[in-house]
Design a protein around this ligand. Sequence first.
Ligand code: ZN
Length: 121
Amino acid sequence: MNLGWATLETPDKDFSSVVIHEFGHALGLLHEHNHPEALIQWNKPAVYADLEGPPNKWPRAEIDANVFAKFDLSKVIITDFDKASVMIYTIPSNWTLDGKSFMPSWKLSAGDTETIKRLYS
Ligand SMILES: [Zn+2]
């Protein structure tokens, strides 16, 4: 399992968030910011500028796929958009045109738990 940017020096709540997020993927959860109902007003130039630089150094196609893409609700099992999900990226206010920001939870949200129930029932 790739824990991305987390290291042994990462504060416990942030480390917990990363580990639970990655286990969420292992169980089948998708990135919440890719939910078609998220309606995030992306400031794409700011997102590209940050993610094309270190430490990510992602090409635009990877940013488009990981950040801006929307999944097809007819092909997934999921709840309504859940801004409290552990599966949402940290989205700073300068990444949105309306100044909204999002922080992932450090634990499974009620929506995350409901989605896992639906996936395995
Ligand atoms: Zn992820």
